[in-house]
Ligand binder design. Structure first.
Ligand code: GLU
Length: 292
């Protein structure tokens, strides 16, 4: 590592499908940010969703990125190998009484929201969909223990208002959009540990970025709002706040952003139809003199 190195970026795909052109651009974006700052580029495999992640997709991530000419530092951090890091963070939030168990199904939530629709206290949608209407917020100790003992599945949610009061006003920096006041309240009582796995995207990403020493988080504009929650979690967990840069999302000929289900635009399929890495970078709109 050069003594000047200060910028540490990462690309953090989930192995739930093959990488597509949008991922190639996002990976390049993080790699390029690191290059311009004589920094370090890291890779992280976000595989907490055990039901959807597959080892062959993980292998393909490495192969496709290497085929494109990108290089990253090793070791690669695989989230499923670090569940104890997330449990430690959860314990810390629990000890601060910021977390509560929620037994609701999607149906329970939808029913409650529908019943409240039109009422003066109806909740607006948050960036991830409807804001949780607080059904399990006030469950008593005995009820929680009985339902757990009966084997009812539960997730853990953050008590957003208490968390915000504890952390106080926060801001964060997006290098393109400037200083942002943190507005995690738009998410409501966000899920911090899922029913199927004892962490969540927000918790794992925040902990990992800190443990990997990431100083500049780059990712698509679709995750801009998520940074509000991450800033709050950093404050609650005593973690450093990186700077952020959110890039625009690539779209296909139909104007829609690429998705893993669009098989034709995966790096793998482009490769199989005989495209070269240079042609793929052309398709991703990366200038010739800025490629790996
Ligand atoms: N794993 C996330 C995704 O594939 C990216 C998370 C991030 O960059 O913060 O969309």
């Amino acid at each position: 590592m050069s003594p000047k190195a200060s910028i540490i970026t990462r690309f953090a795909p989930s192995p739930t499908g093959h990488l597509h052109l949008g991922h190639a651009y996002s990976a390049w974006f993080a790699w390029h940010e690191a290059q311009t700052g004589s920094g370090r580029f890291l890779l992280r495999v976000e595989d907490i969703d055990r039901g959807r992640c597959r080892p062959d997709f993980e292998k393909a991530i490495h192969e496709d990125l290497a085929w494109l000419g990108l290089t990253w530092e090793t070791p690669v951090r695989r989230q499923s190998d670090h569940m104890t890091d997330y449990s430690r963070a959860l314990v810390s939030l629990t000890l601060k009484q910021l977390v509560y168990p929620c037994f609701c199904t999607r149906k329970d939530i939808a029913r409650e929201i529908e019943a409240a629709a039109g009422a003066p206290h109806a909740l607006p949608d948050g960036p991830d969909g409807p804001v949780y209407p607080g059904i399990c917020r006030g469950l008593g100790f005995d009820e929680v223990e009985n339902r757990k003992a009966a084997g009812e599945a539960f997730c853990l949610r953050l008590r957003m208002d208490t968390a915000i009061s504890l952390a106080g006003p926060l801001d964060w920096t997006d290098l393109d959009r400037g200083r942002q006041r943190a507005l995690p309240e738009i998410f409501g009582d966000v899920v911090i540990a899922r029913k199927d796995t004892p962490t969540s995207y927000h918790l794992a990403v925040t902990v990992d970025d800190a443990l990997q020493g990431v100083t500049r988080v780059t990712r698509g504009d679709d995750l801009f709002e998520a940074s509000h929650v991450h800033r709050l979690l950093q404050a609650l967990l005593g973690l450093p706040a990186p700077e952020y840069r959110h890039h625009g999302l690539l779209t296909g000929a139909d104007g829609k952003r690429f998705a893993k289900r669009d098989k034709a635009q995966t790096i793998r399929s482009l490769r199989e139809t005989g495209k070269t890495p240079a042609e793929v970078w052309d398709l991703a709109g990366v200038a010739r003199d800025q490629r790996p």
